[in-house]
Ligand binder design. Structure first.
Ligand code: GLA
Length: 715
């Protein structure tokens, strides 16, 4: 095997070896732990090791699975590219026309392999980019060009990486409003486990699909995982055929007729991310490290923010909003976000969406009085928009009903939250919303946008053509964000979609934060944020301290549990502080100060989770990259069958270092109940990372819906 007939990409402890011999699309000889330096003979023998002989009732000369699966190469499962040209060219047979390998100038990218291929009979060209990212994450994307004269009707363009037979269990995510990122597991058997997202939102999407050895956990068990970095419709699937070959595959989900390529037109698919790990923490850390290495990743301290939504909802009253700002500033809050209700006729959710003009009814002197007040208090100001949406009861929808995304002019999609989607693929509609937003951004000093997106895109077509438009709509939304950021340098955008409905790496190319869920109950948040951490690092996850009685669940929790939960993420408050007691405010101030003191560690360290055997308890934390410090939370999420939690292991520490373990902010309520004892939590203890990881330490007997936070420092 010559050097150019195989490519070995290596970074972050991961190898991807691609067999490029001959002119068929590249095949994966290995994706997983780093194989070290490989010579020509090693590569040739790896290829030999992977070669299958003839199999029962199969092709006489089997061709290994390529990055884009093709029937013409003997793949009997889902083909990578489907489509047709007036009923013909239903199956492709690409031959490689060029391979280029480049070191990267981007800090996050180690190497790029660019492969071009053509199917001259079908008159298609394929462009594949395969990148090894510095963190060991692999990402790939594909583009297809119609080189023929007529229309090529593209149905799907999926890429895959193979997974070994050892991977016999699949973990993916699902959920619903307020219950985002529920983890579910299935056996990985023969057949296809397909998760489609057909509403351009991710409340119930796979988001992350992992395949590994049965029982793989946070800390152990080899697994491979993938994510489609796209905010429109997606396909994510695990497929295994009866000849023992399996894969994780996916791409954009295209609706019928959505991509009809004319002569020389190209469809560009989204980046698909692939991670490998010994345990979910390691796989997630590769994604976090990649995100943190990108130039647009937020590098300034994440400002503690107050969002007024749960404090006032649509009831905008300047005096109350100023009082909230005063209290927030006195607690150390650094950013104030005015949520829904400031514009048009938007006094509730039934009207006004789409009219991005300050309401003279509620803001007779404009937003200046609140914005100036917030700035005078030393805080940044943020403002809520939902730019892609419109209430039918709005000036905009009345003036331009043809700007609503709909399959037909006379059949709009069923309303959801009394709203429809504005068709941003219509240049005039796009320009209208952009200019209204820019007018606000140029009139006022606004540092931050909360960008909401509160309904599913269903039957989302362009009325004049009847063509499905989710692909183009998604690109237009990206373009709008990019334009606003370019026009207002330094502007930060938060991605919200009925809570955590839009958290993919496509939107996060331009957003610095996601609102993980509308549910601010800390008990629910413990689980939601754990699932979200499979993709996102804590500094991108918005987490707010809400009122003692949760507005969503009715559950009552202590200030320590609420604040100690938000403490780990991009911390904020969403609570009518004018009704809070002096004690609650004082304690909240202490948590904010603690967050500000430790956020550098929390927002740059490695996220870890415990595999504690009693599921009544939940341990997670962040360990500094240099292993000199860590912070853990140990929470009780429901009643245990044991009278004590037992000894709990602290993961991620350096074995030979000695660490001092203390409580970060003593859980005063819990302490009174537990009484004093000889246990370590009164005065702390000192042990090696090895002992803390292998033996663990007895935890205070926290009751359900309480937690202790541990601070671990090098002695
Ligand atoms: C959505 C968001 C909330 C809030 C409301 C405002 O539900 O998820 O955080 O902004 O919209 O209408």
């Amino acid at each position: 095997m010559t050097e150019s007939s195989a490519h070995h990409l290596r970074a972050g402890g991961i190898s991807l070896v691609l067999d490029c011999e001959g002119d068929r699309l590249p095949r994966v000889l290995h994706w997983g732990p780093d194989l070290g330096e490989l010579g020509a003979e090693d590569l040739a023998h790896l290829r030999l090791a992977a070669a299958q002989g003839p199999r029962a009732a199969g092709p006489d000369r089997p061709v290994p699975l390529a990055l884009l699966a093709e029937q013409s190469a003997g793949w009997m499962g889902t083909p990578g590219l489907t489509g047709h040209r007036a009923g013909a060219d239903f199956s492709t047979a690409f031959t490689v026309t060029g391979i280029r390998r480049n070191a990267s100038t981007e800090a996050a990218v180690a190497e790029t392999l660019t492969i071009t291929a053509a199917d001259r009979d079908a008159a298609l060209e394929l462009g594949l980019e395969v990148q090894m990212l510095v963190s060991g994450l692999v990402r790939m994307r594909a583009a297809v060009t119609n080189t023929g004269p007529g229309i090529f009707d593209l149905h799907s363009l999926d890429l895959n990486l193979p997974v070994p037979l050892e991977a016999d269990e699949i973990l993916d995510l699902t959920g619903w409003w307020g219950h985002e990122r529920i983890q579910q597991r299935h056996a990985f058997t023969h057949g296809t486990h397909l998760r489609e997202s057909r509403r351009a939102r991710e409340l119930d999407a796979a988001v992350v699909m992992a395949a590994g050895r049965h029982g793989f956990s946070w800390r152990s068990g080899e697994l491979r995982a993938m994510h489609v970095g796209w905010s429109g419709n997606t396909r994510t699937y695990a497929e295994r055929m009866n000849h023992a070959v399996g894969m994780l595959a996916g791409g954009e989900l295209l609706l019928a007729g959505e991509i009809r390529l004319g002569a020389s037109e190209t469809y560009q698919g989204p980046w698909i991310y692939y991670s490998h790990g010994d345990g979910l923490d390691e796989s997630a850390a590769r994604v976090h490290d990649y995100l943190r290495a990108r130039p647009q990743h937020p590098r300034t301290a994440r400002p503690v923010q107050l969002n007024v939504w749960e404090a006032v909802y649509f009831d905008h009253d300047l005096a109350t909003l100023k009082r909230l700002a005063d209290i927030a500033a006195s607690l150390g809050v650094e950013r104030y976000v005015l949520d829904d209700g400031w514009f048009g006729s938007r006094r509730d959710d039934s009207s006004g969406l789409g009219d991005w003009v300050v309401s003279p009814d509620v803001w007779p002197d404009g937003l200046g009085p609140i914005i100036d007040h917030v700035h005078d208090l030393g805080m940044e100001f943020g403002l809520w928009f939902e730019p892609e949406m419109v209430n039918p009861d709005s000036d905009l929808a009345r003036a331009h009903p043809e700007w609503i995304l709909a399959a037909r002019p006379d059949r709009w999609p069923p309303e959801a939250r009394h709203q429809q989607v504005l068709n941003l693929t219509i240049p005039e509609a796009y320009a209208h919303v952009r200019d209204q937003m820019l007018a606000i951004l140029r009139t006022y000093r606004i540092e931050y946008l909360k960008w909401d997106f509160n309904r599913d895109l269903i039957e989302a077509g362009t009325q004049s053509t009847g063509q499905a438009s989710i692909h183009e709509q998604t690109l237009a939304a990206y373009r709008l964000m990019d334009e606003l950021i370019a026009a207002q340098p330094g502007l930060e955008i938060e991605s919200c979609s009925s809570g955590g409905g839009r958290i993919d790496l496509g939107i996060l190319d331009r957003c610095v934060r996601i609102w993980a869920s509308d549910v601010t109950d800390p008990l629910e948040r413990q689980r939601i944020e754990a699932g979200t951490s499979l993709l996102l690092p804590p500094e991108m996850i918005g987490s707010h301290v809400a009122s003692p009685i949760s507005h969503q669940t009715g559950r009552t929790t202590t200030i320590d549990f609420r604040a100690g939960t938000a403490f780990f993420s991009h911390m904020g408050i969403e609570w009518d502080l004018t009704g809070a007691s002096e004690d609650e405010l004082a304690r909240l101030g202490e948590w904010i100060a603690a967050h500000q003191e430790h956020r550098d560690l929390l927002h740059t360290g490695t996220v870890v989770h415990g595999d504690h055997p009693d599921d009544a308890f939940w341990l997670h934390g962040v360990v500094a990259k240099d292993h000199r410090e860590a912070i853990y939370a140990f929470a009780s999420v429901h009643s245990s069958r044991h009278t004590t939690p037992g000894q709990v292991r602290l993961p991620g520490l350096e074995p030979d270092r000695r660490y001092r373990v203390t409580q970060l902010l003593t859980d005063t309520a819990g302490r009174a109940r537990r009484g004093s004892s000889t246990a370590w939590w009164d005065d702390g203890l000192t042990l090696t990372g090895r002992a803390l990881g292998a033996v663990g330490l007895q935890m205070p007997n926290v009751s359900p819906e309480q937690q202790v936070v541990l601070h671990v420092t090098t002695t």
